[in-house]
Design a protein around this ligand. Structure first.
Ligand SMILES: *Cc1c(COP(=O)(O)O)cnc(C)c1O
Length: 392
């Protein structure tokens, strides 16, 4: 009974070129040579600073586990809130210039929590390209999301003016859009929110560690908590470990601790992970050359890809998608690259809008310049075999 409908959906998924697969990746990171086909150069991950495989993080994690135990043992409100968790919250608050921060096990859960706590009885206004976790959070809150055109403050204004001004409003946007790589106009969003007495929440999952003068992201110290009251960031991307945080003032954080179901009803993250993140924050402060190298790579990549006529998108971040449009084509390119030793993401609907399938190529400080050259060369080869595909 339950099997038939699932089988039908699976067959349809495959037919439409939407089948999702998990590449088994050998224990190597960005920048490693590809000497067999399970050992690919990683241009798909989010390890932008090359910290995920840094032995100092692994050591901090192991030492943390030896000292505090391998597991989180309980939720934060029971007996799982350990010293490294608490220390990490203080460091994260300082990183982004907020009075307080609250640690979560994943960014998905942090966003569910924010939307659940702030979304109830609220009009939610979300950028159309927001991350799935923000849309799912609205469902948890039982709230309807109104979605404005991507990055379009005029459209947001229209929605705000149309709505009931008595109902509290929450504007929600990714900081860096995860599948496009462009950065939200934070100043514009903050201004719009202020003009309408709305609250503003930014999810800076891909900005933390990468953008800002100190890796504090696209919000950070530039836009304080009076302008951007709710800020989430993740720790499993540029910071190379795992988890996420929500940062803001005491009222926000107290409310999250009291009311957020995705915070209350789950086991605290293993303390060793928090120790690894603390080490990553040290490295972020001590080695700004990682960020510089990453930004050099981005500029070099864009120049090279533009010279080849590849369909770049408007992004100055390490997320450098190539817009191919069609799912089947995107898969063909992805597979051809894999055979040549490069792992890149094939991003298809519903993650991106229809007819906007793309290769999601990401850059990392762990890459070597010659690896960027090798990937560009391979892409040039693919494009020349299949010129009309790139033009579309
Ligand atoms: C990755 C991501 C998340 C989820 O973070 P996890 O820690 O991986 O659960 C949330 N928001 C955005 C924009 C992301 O890219």
């Amino acid at each position: 009974m339950w099997r038939k409908p699932l089988e039908r959906r699976l067959a349809e998924q495959r037919r439409a070129g939407l089948w999702r697969e998990r590449a088994v990746v050998a224990a190597r990171g960005a920048g490693s040579p590809s000497d067999d086909d399970t050992c690919l150069r990683d241009f798909a991950g989010n390890d932008y600073l090359g910290l995920a495989r840094d032995p100092r993080l692994a050591e901090a994690q192991a030492e943390g586990a030896r000292r505090h135990g391998a597991g989180g043992r309980a939720s934060h409100l029971v007996s799982g809130h350990l010293a490294p968790h608490h220390a990490l919250e203080e460091r994260l608050a300082a990183l982004v210039g907020r009075p307080r921060a609250l640690l979560f096990s994943t960014g998905y859960m942090a966003n569910l929590a924010v939307l659940q706590v702030l979304g109830e009885g609220t009009t939610l206004l979300q950028d159309r390209l927001n991350h799935a976790s923000l849309l799912d959070g609205a469902r948890l809150a039982g709230a309807r999301s109104r979605r404005f055109h991507h990055g379009d403050l005029g459209d947001l204004e229209r929605l705000l003016e149309r709505g009931n001004a008595e109902t509290p409003r929450l504007i929600v946007s990714d900081g860096v859009f995860s599948m496009d790589g462009d950065v939200a106009d934070i100043a514009g969003l903050a201004e719009t929110a202020r003009g309408h007495g709305a609250c503003l929440a930014i999810d800076d999952a891909h900005g933390i560690g990468v953008l800002g003068d100190h890796g504090d992201g696209c919000v950070g110290h530039k836009h304080d908590s009076t302008r951007v009251p709710v800020l989430t960031g993740t720790l499993g991307k540029a910071l190379g470990s795992a988890g996420a945080f929500v940062a803001g003032d005491a009222t926000l954080i107290d409310a999250m601790i009291q009311f957020a179901r995705p915070y209350i009803y789950t086991t605290a993250q293993p303390p060793g992970i928090a120790c690894a993140t603390l080490r990553a924050l040290d490295i972020l402060a001590e080695e700004p050359e990682r960020r510089r190298r990453l930004h050099d790579h981005i500029a070099y990549w864009r120049q090279g890809a533009a010279a080849l006529g590849l369909p770049l998108m408007a992004s100055d971040t390490p997320i450098q998608p190539l817009l191919l449009g069609d799912c089947i084509r995107t898969l063909r390119w992805r597979d051809a690259l894999r055979r040549r030793g490069f792992l890149v993401g094939a991003i298809r609907p519903p993650t991106v809008p229809r007819h906007q399938a793309r290769l999601r190529i990401t850059l990392s400080a762990a890459h070597e310049r010659h690896e960027l050259d090798a990937l560009l060369e391979t892409l040039a080869e693919l494009a020349s075999c299949d010129p009309q595909e790139v033009a579309s």
